[in-house]
Write a protein that binds this ligand. Structure first.
Ligand code: B12
Length: 506
């Protein structure tokens, strides 16, 4: 079968991200004996034209459409990416007229299956918006080959979905889904494979173009999430149980990437340092790779370390393996707020994490979520005070104001109970945010802005959404500087302020 795989993400902020999932799925589909054409829309000047050209030249039997982002999780400057990204679909259906509906008067429309991390978060709304036949809401590399097998037996795509685990579709407007692979259900059980580590990016995308904009190659050492944070969608996307990649395989993937010339590698595990022993084992295996390896030493990073499992041994091992930066998703320095968010750790852990980091050289990017349930002026002040006193001034500190409410989360239930949310679950695709009734968004924003005036390492969501970031990244790349981009926060802010270009950061 001929499969056209389209990665729709065109968002380059804060940096463009390589479409890891769509590449992995393409590799699995090719291994299953199908012909795959990969279309990455990231750098396409006219996506609709690129799609129409690919359909004409390749004549696919089916299209897989990967959707990464619903929105930017930013209450101050919300961007609704999913609406832009599905705009490519009319071109697929042969009717580039801006309508999301299939044009039935044209030749038989191409069967379309949706996938990507946005899809399990709100499958019904995305199926409705896109008009696609069905969606994969579980590991695409396991599910799509099975779906294609059943589709290839002469069934409609929807009929094939019904017989495949980990899929969803609409029937009379209502969402129907099958159980994920590995779980018993009418369409399962199907044995789960090993966690795939990372694809051979060079086969699918223009790696050089991404690297020129400070992108890193995504690599996963596990999937699944065992935490219960009230606002989060990770369990919906990856399931609530860890599936670990053997540490030797993760190290082998690092070796392969380096040998292919890709040294900036990012662990995209939802939380890198849990389970703790697995993270340590992954680091140890990477450290064991031959010193004089072809391609040189990796420059590793990850955006999520949980303060609960940060200690000197972990950071020592990370530094030995080649980590050049890590995010710490502290969220708050107030025990009350942390408990309200269901984080499973307290302010003592956040303080200890900062102490550990101060004893090491590895740069850190601290992330805080302000405005959750129980947040008050006093708790915001406590977090800001912690950030200015306990975090190294060279480490960037990111403050996100307001929390995106996703259907099916604890935060949704709280928002409804507090009378802050009246939209139905199907109406929440366009971003909606929670902010504690104890606070006004204006107060938090002005408070953060005034701290940012004094602390050059503090940033807010406006900073991540800065339109000139890709240009800064390109310039840094030309100057031989290396990712992560956030490591250069103080420099970027200083230069921008010096040039009088951007002072407010609001
Ligand atoms: C790591 C990460 C980041 C890193 C990425 C680093 C890097 N080098 O890639 C950073 C920090 C840069 C980042 C940034 C952002 N992120 Co982010 N990120 C993640 C995270 C934790 C993992 C993503 C990942 O790589 N997974 C591993 C790959 C292999 O899995 P995958 O892409 O999901 O693919 C699988 C399936 O989806 C499926 N699949 C994929 N494509 C297809 C296609 C078809 C046809 C099929 C059938 C199946 C299929 O099969 C794949 C293999 O199993 C997810 C949360 C999560 N748990 O998924 C959020 C997540 C993807 N991010 C999200 C968001 C919002 C953002 C930002 C917009 C935040 C911001 N304000 O800037 C930016 C956008 C950046 C951009 N340029 O687009 C959201 C997106 C959905 C949403 N709610 O809108 C997520 C889901 C988190 C959340 N809040 O819910 N992110």
């Amino acid at each position: 079968m001929k499969v056209l795989m389209i990665s729709t993400n065109r968002n380059r902020l804060p940096v463009p991200v390589m479409p890891a999932g769509a590449c992995l799925v393409s590799e699995a589909v090719r291994r299953a004996g199908h012909e795959v054409k990969f279309l990455d829309l990231m750098f396409e000047p006219d996506p609709a034209r690129a799609i129409a050209a690919a359909v004409r030249a390749f004549a696919p039997d089916i299209a897989g459409v990967s959707i990464r982002n619903i929105d930017n999780n930013d209450m101050q400057n919300p961007r609704f990416y999913a609406a832009d990204d599905v705009r490519c679909l009319p071109a697929l259906y042969g009717a580039a007229n801006g309508s999301f509906k299939k044009n039935r008067s044209l030749p038989p429309p191409l069967p379309v299956v949706l996938g990507g991390p946005a899809v399990p978060v709100m499958p019904a709304a995305l199926l409705r918006l896109s008009g696609a036949d069905c969606a994969v809401i579980s590991d695409g590399e396991t599910v799509l080959p099975l779906l294609l097998e059943r589709f290839g037996e002469g069934r409609s795509l929807r009929e094939a979905a019904r017989l495949t685990p980990g899929t969803a579709w609409l029937e009379d407007g209502a969402l129907r889904k099958t159980a994920p692979p590995g779980e018993p259900g009418p369409a399962g059980p199907v044995p789960e494979g090993l966690v795939p580590v990372c694809p051979d990016y060079g086969n699918w995308i223009d790696v050089k173009k991404y690297a020129g904009l400070f992108s890193t190659a995504p690599l996963q050492s596990k999937t699944g999430c065992e935490f219960n944070c009230i606002y989060c969608t990770y369990r919906k996307i990856e399931g609530g149980r860890y599936r670990l990649c053997p540490p030797e395989l993760a190290a082998e993937a690092v070796r392969r990437l380096c040998a292919s010339g890709i040294r900036d590698i990012e662990f995209v595990d939802n939380v890198f340092n849990s389970p703790y022993e697995h993270a340590i084992a992954v680091c140890e295996e990477i450290s064991r790779l031959p010193r004089a390896r072809p391609g040189g030493r990796p420059r590793l990073q990850t955006i999520e370390l949980n303060p609960l499992f940060i200690d000197d041994t972990l950071v020592d091992e990370m530094e030995r393996a080649g980590f050049v930066g890590a995010g710490v998703t502290a969220e708050s320095a107030s025990g009350l707020v942390l408990a309200g968010l269901g984080k499973g750790y307290g302010e003592g852990h956040v303080h200890k994490a900062a102490e550990v980091m101060r004893r090491h050289d590895m740069p850190c990017f601290w992330i805080f979520l302000l405005g959750g349930p129980g947040e008050t002026k006093a708790t915001v002040k406590k977090t800001l005070d912690f950030a200015s006193r306990c975090i190294r001034p060279s480490d960037p500190v990111f403050f996100n104001i307001g929390i995106r409410i996703y259907p099916g989360t604890g935060l949704e239930r709280i928002a409804r109970k507090e009378g802050l949310l009246s939209l139905g679950p199907g109406e929440m695709l366009e971003p909606v945010f929670y902010i504690s009734p104890e606070l006004s968004p204006g107060w938090i924003i002005s408070r953060i802005n005034s701290c940012m005036g004094r602390q050059m390492n503090f940033i807010n969501s406006g900073s991540l959404g800065l339109k000139l970031l890709p240009r800064v990244a390109r310039l840094f790349h030309r100057l031989g500087m290396k990712p992560p981009l956030w490591r250069h926060t103080v420099l970027i802010r200083g230069v921008l302020r010096g040039l009088g270009l951007y002072n407010g950061w609001s």
